[in-house]
Design a protein around this ligand. Structure first.
Ligand SMILES: Nc1nc2c(ncn2[C@@H]2O[C@H](COP(=O)(O)OP(=O)(O)O)[C@@H](O)[C@H]2O)c(=O)[nH]1
Ligand SMILES: [Mg+2]
Length: 297
């Protein structure tokens, strides 16, 4: 547990330092001046709406004793807004769970599957992965590398359409008693209707080939540096498939650590994991309190 808290601290160190120095500047003057903090919250990607809300609420309490007191008030304020976003990425090993992974191009889908596979293997799961990105040979090779690294079986077939590969994979997962099946899909822009319909088709094929003993989940992968666009992606994808949870990637070294807050508060689906690098163990389970603490220790 401490390892994860330390990893989070490292991940959000830049954002934290920026917030910290802006709080210092508030108390550096004879009168309290929120301008620096406002600017830093915006730069850290908390979003215009929340930055204004936060600043206004802080202004209401004008009698802060010192920086620590101020820091605690800010922490309390943020926690109050984010706390409902409690995730549950604990899966039942006694049944088959199928997780369809989707998002825009390059958001980190394939890499995240590699990391998730490593994570759930450590919990004892027997895992199958399916390559439903049948457009690019390179995409398939990339997933294969992860399969080799994790020593997992992969279902792939370039001659078929993605929905057929998904169908095959579900059949294999059932017959060979897997606990977990990850479906990797091609990146798609929400503006491309045909590709969105294709995603819906994969989704329908899976739903039709399972019964109530199998759990099916849809996880959206979002780049943590995509700002306001992350919310747009959530909105548009959810018009075509039901979203059960989100994973925010590429947060390592970010100075935009507020994006996680914004995404968590704006969407009513939980953030499950954070991606903090390209290696197989660069993934941490999301917890609102640990996250806020890493921004304002
Ligand atoms: N630094 C960093 N890079 C990442 C992370 N997740 C993915 N990437 C990189 O982002 C690029 C796109 O990732 P990929 O998994 O191929 O995205 P996909 O197109 O959505 O499948 C690759 O170079 C990955 O190594 C992350 O959490 N941190
Ligand atoms: Mg990919």
């Amino acid at each position: 547990m401490n390892i994860f808290k330390n990893l989070l601290k490292e991940t959000f160190a830049k954002t934290k330092d920026n917030i910290k120095s802006s709080i210092k500047s508030i108390f550096g003057d004879t009168k309290i001046n929120f301008e620096d903090l406002e600017e830093i919250l915006l730069k850290s990607d908390f979003g215009l709406e929340f930055t204004e809300q936060i600043i206004n609420e802080l202004k209401k309490t004008s009698n802060f004793n010192d920086e620590k007191d101020f820091n605690n008030s800010l922490k309390y304020l943020l926690l109050n807004k984010i706390n409902k976003n409690n995730s549950n990425a604990d899966l039942d090993i006694n049944k088959l769970t199928i997780i369809q992974i989707f998002g825009v191009n390059g958001s980190g889908k394939t890499t995240t599957i590699g990391k998730l596979t490593n994570y759930y293997i450590s919990k004892g799961f027997k895992i199958l992965i399916a390559s439903c990105d049948t457009f690019r040979a390179a995409a398939n090779e990339q997933l294969k590398k992860w399969a080799t690294l994790n020593e997992t079986k992969i279902i792939e077939d370039f001659s078929k359409d993605p929905a057929s590969v998904a169908f095959e994979a579900v059949k294999t997962a059932k017959n060979e008693k897997y606990n977990l099946l990850f479906i990797d899909t091609a990146g798609r822009l929400h503006t491309n209707k045909n590709l969105m319909l294709e995603l819906q088709k994969i989704d329908n094929v899976i739903t039709k080939s399972i019964d109530e003993n199998i759990l099916k989940l849809n996880w959206l992968i979002v780049d943590g540096n995509s700002g306001q666009n992350a919310n747009k992606q959530y909105e548009e994808f959810s018009k075509f498939v039901k979203i059960d949870g989100l994973i925010i990637t590429k947060l390592d070294g970010t100075s935009k650590g507020g994006s996680v807050f914004q995404i968590a508060v704006n969407n009513n689906k939980p953030i499950l994991f954070l991606g903090i690098g390209e290696k197989k163990d660069n993934l941490v389970k999301f917890n609102p309190e640990d996250y806020i603490n890493s921004l304002l220790e």
